[in-house]
Write a protein that binds this ligand. Structure first.
Ligand code: AHR
Length: 517
């Protein structure tokens, strides 16, 4: 993305005016040297599960649909996702993966069996989207593939045969079957998950038991040299450390990554999670305040991994994250339909900052989920589609894909507090983009108060900044099918004057800047 080519719709950065004159600005210094780790572009990964209309309807409409499509995948959604440069796509679940049998999803579509999706709504699963369709989608998006194998109800043999079907270029009958089904060359399989949430829907296991299963199953996750996926062990959730501890200590076989999941629920209560819109300020803060806890947990996970894996061969994949609210009234609760507001965009940007900060170990993260489910990028209704605020947060952060993280020095960051809840008002992350330019991402989490900043680069005031701002008047501002442009990034810039570059970050905003030395 070129931030510089955007039309200057709005100049939001202002010199400190009377409003903030009494408050000393937060001093923010970007330290260009020494450079930190690379921010793996896979941190901006996506997740598409067979769940509600996350795949069927939202992405896949079938080749005979009146909705314009490419080999069954809807063109409008594809075009939007291509603009996000989706680096990696996880499929087919989630919980669904542990009841998915890959042979159901190959061969002529009208001959494929119909199963019941017992994880999500008990609805028929037509298997119209299977292996060939998924890899076609990933190739069209230019995304790496992350396939989650079925440990819960499958067998090591079934898993091994799926991998052979996908990756073999030889004369064996599985490769021949793939060719007969229309794909001559093997696909590239980048990441291979062995089970999902083994502590829950994947089988309610203890980490010690799963560690043994992982040792067993990973032995048979074979693929030809040059097309060996990274093997991903299913890890823990929330504040847990135990899964990472046991897996990194007890598995001596190849383990390329350990996954971890955490969702942000406004109430923290799975029975009454909180509303996606019309929420009180307390729920704005409680939703966002999950992210500092992720930060603390990742610091602990990294410390324990450094003990068991000092050579840093094992990555952390944060392969499910995002907001989880009460289902939209009138929808099937098993479909996880929820609205998406400014709060979600702010939440996404806070996650990005934390993943950048832990880029040394966190090599992938996957928002849940890509279309129509939970914190989605795109919401569809029949032939129509709308881009969510979360979509815009992802798009604004494109310069951070494969960028080099830089150290930031922050002074005098105020706390945003409400009752017993509090978090820093400002979150910031800086990097040198793959294009060599300097980028800065800022989030002001306070829903009512702007924040004054004084920016420097290696102690020197930059000449200018320019970029994009996402904000709105209401905490729960959203894009709808009838008002799809209510929230979209606005371009702006500011220049130094008299040796100062003071900025004002509006309340509840996300700002991504290119910093010009
Ligand atoms: O993303 C929805 C579900 O959340 C996934 O299927 C599961 O892994 C997690 O519990």
């Amino acid at each position: 993305m070129s931030l510089l080519r955007l039309p200057l719709v709005l100049a939001f950065l202002v010199f400190s005016g009377p409003l903030l004159a009494a408050t000393p600005p937060v001093q923010l210094n970007i330290q260009p040297d020494p450079p930190g780790p690379t921010i793996a572009r896979q941190i901006y990964g996506q997740f598409a599960e067979h769940l509600g209309s996350g795949v069927y309807g939202g992405l896949w409409v079938g080749p005979d649909s009146p909705i314009a499509n490419t080999r069954g995948w809807r063109n409008d959604v594809l075009a939007a996702l291509k603009d996000l440069k989706v680096p990696v796509l996880r499929w087919p679940g989630g919980c669904f993966a542990d009841e998915y049998h890959w042979r159901d999803g190959i061969g002529p579509r009208d001959k494929r069996p119909v199963r019941i999706n017992t994880s999500w709504g008990g609805v028929p699963e037509p298997n119209a989207v299977g292996t060939h369709e998924f890899f076609d989608l990933a190739e069209m998006l230019g995304a790496e593939t992350y396939v989650n194998a079925n440990l819960g109800t499958g067998t090591p043999q079934e898993m091994a045969e799926w991998l052979e079907y996908l990756t073999s270029d030889g004369p064996g009958s599985l490769a021949q079957a793939r060719r007969a089904n229309g794909r001559d060359k093997p696909w590239r399989v980048h990441h291979w998950g062995i089970g999902n949430e083994a502590w829950g829907c994947g089988g309610h296991m203890r980490p010690e038991y799963y560690a043994d299963l992982y040792r067993h199953w990973s032995t048979f996750a074979k693929a030809p040299r040059g097309n060996r996926p990274k093997l991903v062990a299913s890890g823990g959730q929330n504040d847990e450390l135990n899964w990472t501890e046991v897996l990194s200590r007890d598995v001596k076989q190849r383990i390329d990554a350990i996954s971890h999941h955490r969702y942000s629920l406004p109430t923290g209560d799975w029975k009454i999670k909180g509303s996606a819109i019309g929420f009180a300020e307390r729920e704005w803060l409680s939703t966002l305040a999950v992210v500092p806890r992720i930060d603390a947990n990742l610091a602990q996970q990294r410390a324990l991994l450094d003990r068991h894996d000092p050579a840093r061969k094992i990555a952390l994949y944060f392969d499910e994250w995002g907001s989880w609210y009460d289902p939209e009234p009138g929808t099937d609760p098993g479909f996880l339909v929820q609205r998406n507001t400014l709060r979600d965009a702010v939440l996404a940007a806070l996650h990005f900052h934390v993943f950048h900060a832990h880029a040394e170990r966190v090599k992938m993260a996957n928002v849940a989920q890509m279309v129509n489910v939970l914190q989605a990028m795109v919401i569809t209704s029949g032939p129509r589609m709308v881009l969510t605020p979360t979509y815009h947060a992802f798009r604004m952060h494109l310069p951070f894909q494969d960028a080099t993280a830089l150290t930031l020095q922050l002074q005098a960051v105020p706390r945003y507090a409400l009752g017993d809840l509090a978090m820093p008002q400002l979150s910031a992350s800086a990097a040198r983009g793959a294009d060599g330019k300097l980028y800065l991402s800022l989030v002001n989490v306070h829903p009512r108060e702007p924040l004054a900043l004084a920016l420097s680069l290696g102690g020197v005031v930059p000449t200018a900044v320019r970029g994009q701002l996402l904000t709105a008047a209401a905490m729960d501002a959203e894009n709808t099918l009838d008002a799809p442009e209510r929230l979209r990034p606005q371009a702006f810039e500011a220049r130094a004057r008299n040796g100062r570059l003071p900025l004002e970050l509006p309340a509840k905003s996300v700002l991504v800047l290119e910093v010009l030395p």
